[in-house]
Design a protein. Structure first.
Length: 754
């Protein structure tokens, strides 16, 4: 094991000094390398401000990586130095830095200690983990600056609580890759995690629940173990100071008006019904929310006063998302408020709530930021928007001249699966690979050059319903956060993902040395289904970050071995069969076996057109997903589902010629806690010319759709070339159900035709 470890480190060192293979993430704005090396040794002196955190930080990094304990001085006669020029401390270009390495040493220049810190982080990636008396560093020149001002990572500590020690470690991870914002989600239905001295029951009661969900929401299973925890104000001050040293702003999130049950369990008088309540055991959105009466605002303002004292951030996050209006619609206090304030509906009441909170926060010298629902009913005058339900909310806010942080679920939700769901720990759903994160463009093309100025940046969110341990958090953020760091630094290039991937793989050695639990899903055999060029069947493409030439596969359902058929080109699927594949090296499997069963039918691989595109969160395979011969996993809402938010599925399949049809099937899903509902109706239409369609039959969902979500319609032989399937979305979610008032999701998988 030790021999293997040393070989890995030597490989890293050799690669690091090649001009084309400097494994720097995020990639600097400009970098020039040239022949030669500076020798770092025990005689090298760090020239800098001896008392600064940055200087001491650099000394510790060098000691950790090389074993060398260098002296710090303000002047020296040594001809071997690392010079940290005193920052000019200008307000402009405060994150810019440059440094060079030549035969005399390393020379870092910057306009701020923040930029100096970033330069040190870059240098730390150049210095190898190598315990030697002499360390070679390549000659180079770097000029660097970030593109986006908000480079964030989020952590939900309400659903699952994480120790002070781990929160500090999380901040260290952000610092390693030049993130500058930590969005700390501290309150929700399932737990209140921040001490408020004026209201001690918030943590005495609200920080503890009587049990938690086990498994996925769909399973509806619970334990009865008391669970919770909270951060004292002293611990929060300690964490904020720790982050500040590392030039990271901590933005606290105190949820309102929804996601409030933990607070209401402690102080039920601020609800519409006066309770009683228990801290939420179930995930999802709960109906009980803050009631917008005067005493509630006094309660929240007192809380925010203590929050503002603890957090020096410019922005205070007030949530504002997923607020059911169920209680408000029947609450006399709410209805009176609406009448008194001349508000036409409960959406305007929510806007009134947010605007009133904003006035208080602004009066205390801060600004609010909220999830994109705060746009509904009218946006508060000075509010910034965090766009999570896609990019539309961010676009709308920027056009109204409000600042925006992009955080769409399609690219920035790190609680989604990142590898083949069958091989991954349980997640909420979705499928967000490293490559997809790397393809993210925070600035929408729909904005004018003037409007783009309102895009502050972006962040990734880590919601922890299904993430209970620090190890699991690490697994979900690494290595995806490295891809996001380069996106936010502004040097990503999706067309050169392979270059990033090569640098990323070299960073795995660093993560292993630091004991970080990272996902290796990038190495697994990944799959993609494409239409066949002949129009019959589909092509099953296999890839590996290692070497696709070393993939071995079978098509008869047996396990692959090193002597199985080598993968050289996409596998043509023309009949029902099961493909199994794995990556082999030295005649041994180096990845988990992937397995894909195809159920071939008359529509497999045929041309299909969708009238409405699926939501970007659930659209991996596009329209072909519905006729690719693969049935989705119902327990893991991953890449094999198409999801439509508030829209109908209208799909037209061209069989290529007239075919005799005896049976049509369609697979749908219901998971009401996740706002996914069966379609309210399904229509089958047929046509011989693709222009004129006639309804074959209309089926009522509740009588035909089975509990498993499979509709199967047996037909007296008909002959047709075109088949149109219309699955009507359930529409607005009714009162009494999770997400009431919001658009229902329609999830659809395979459409089978026999």
């Amino acid at each position: 094991m030790l021999k293997k470890y040393l070989l890995v480190l030597l490989l890293f060192v050799n690669l690091a000094f090649s001009q084309k293979k400097l494994a720097l993430i995020p990639k600097p704005t400009t970098i020039e390398t040239y022949e030669g090396h500076f020798i770092l040794n025990e005689n090298t002196v760090i020239l800098g401000k001896t008392s600064s955190f940055e200087t001491q930080f650099l000394k510790e990094i060098i000691k950790e990586k090389t074993g060398l304990e260098l002296k710090i001085a303000t002047s020296t006669n040594s001809n071997s130095i690392i010079q940290l020029s005193l920052p000019k401390l200008t307000k402009t270009e405060k994150e810019n830095y440059s440094f060079s390495i030549n035969k005399y040493g390393v020379f870092i220049e910057s306009n701020s200690y923040q930029a100096q810190f970033y330069a040190i982080q870059t240098l730390s990636q150049i210095i190898p983990f190598e315990k030697n008396a002499e360390i070679k560093l390549p000659f180079l020149n770097i000029n660097d600056q970030p593109k986006y001002a908000w480079r964030g990572m989020h952590l939900d500590c309400a659903r699952h609580f994480f120790s002070v020690e781990f929160v500090k470690k999380y901040i260290d991870y952000l610092a390693m890759y030049k993130f500058n914002t930590f969005h700390w989600h501290l309150t929700d239905d399932q737990g209140w995690r921040i001490e408020i001295k004026k209201y001690p029951k918030l943590t005495e009661v609200g920080a503890w629940r009587k049990g938690s969900m086990i498994g996925h929401y769909n399973d509806q299973k619970f334990d009865d173990k008391r669970y919770g925890g909270f951060y004292t104000q002293q611990e929060i001050k300690e964490i904020v100071a720790y982050a500040t040293e590392r030039h990271i702003t901590v933005v606290p999130e105190i949820e309102m008006p929804g996601h409030a049950v933990a607070a209401l369990a402690a102080y039920p008088e601020y609800s519409c019904t006066s309770g009683p309540f228990e801290v939420g055991k179930i995930w999802g959105v709960l109906d009980d929310v803050f009631c917008p009466k005067d005493e509630t605002f006094t309660f929240l303002e007192n809380i925010l006063t203590e929050v503002i004292d603890l957090f020096p951030s410019e922005y205070i996050h007030i949530g504002g998302d997923e607020c059911p209006k169920t209680r408000w619609k029947v609450c006399p206090h709410c209805q009176k408020r609406m009448k008194d304030e001349k508000l036409k509906d409960e959406h305007e009441l929510q806007s009134y709530f947010i605007q009133r909170i904003e006035k208080f926060v602004n009066a205390n010298g801060r600004k609010i930021i909220g999830w994109d629902e705060i746009l509904e009913g009218g946006l508060a005058p000075n509010a910034a928007v965090m766009s999570w339900r896609g990019t539309e909310g961010g676009i709308a806010a920027a056009k109204q001249k409000h600042f925006v942080v992009m955080s769409p679920g399609s690219h920035c939700y790190f609680d989604h699966y990142q590898g083949e769901p069958k091989n991954e720990p349980l997640a909420i759903g979705g499928y967000t690979t490293v490559e997809k994160v790397y393809s993210f463009q925070p600035t929408p093309k729909e904005l004018t050059s003037e409007e783009t100025k309102y895009i502050l940046g972006a962040q990734a969110n880590v919601w922890t319903e299904y993430i209970a341990t620090p190890n699991h958090v690490e697994y979900m953020i690494f290595p995806r956060m490295l891809a996001l760091s380069e996106v936010l630094w502004g040097t990503s290039n999706p067309e050169k993902f392979s270059d990033f991937q090569n640098r990323l793989i070299q960073h795995f050695d660093i993560l292993e040395t630091k004991g970080i639990n990272y996902s290796k899903s990038i190495f697994e055999v990944t799959t993609k289904i494409k239409p066949s060029e002949t129009g019959t069947g589909v092509l099953f493409e296999l890839q590996s970050a290692n070497n696709s030439d070393k993939i071995r596969y079978t098509t008869n359902g047996s396990l692959p071995t090193s002597s199985s058929k080598p993968y050289t080109k996409p596998i043509e699927i023309l009949k029902s069969q099961t493909v199994k594949a794995a990556y082999f090296d030295d005649n041994k499997p180096k990845s988990a076996v992937i397995e894909q069963t195809f159920s071939f039918h008359k529509a497999t691989g045929k041309k299909i057109i969708l009238e409405h595109p699926p939501h970007e969160n659930y659209s991996i395979g596009g329209a072909l997903t519905l006729v690719d011969g693969v049935k989705a996993n119902r327990s893991k809402l991953g890449k094999d589902w198409l999801g439509f938010s508030g829209k109908d599925l209208i799909a037209t399949i061209d069989l290529g010629k007239k075919e005799s049809i005896k049976k049509i099937s369609i697979s749908t899903l219901a998971s009401e806690g996740s706002w996914i509902h069966y379609p309210k109706s399904i229509e089958i239409l047929t046509s011989n010319d693709g222009i004129t369609f006639q309804t074959y039959t209309q089926i009522a969902t509740e009588t035909i759709l089975l509990a498993k979500g499979e509709l199967e319609l047996k037909i007296n032989n008909i002959s047709t070339q075109f088949i149109k399937i219309i699955a009507r979305n359930a529409g607005k979610i009714p009162e009494g159900k999770a997400g009431a008032g919001s658009n229902a999701w329609l999830f659809v998988d395979e459409i089978g035709i026999e």
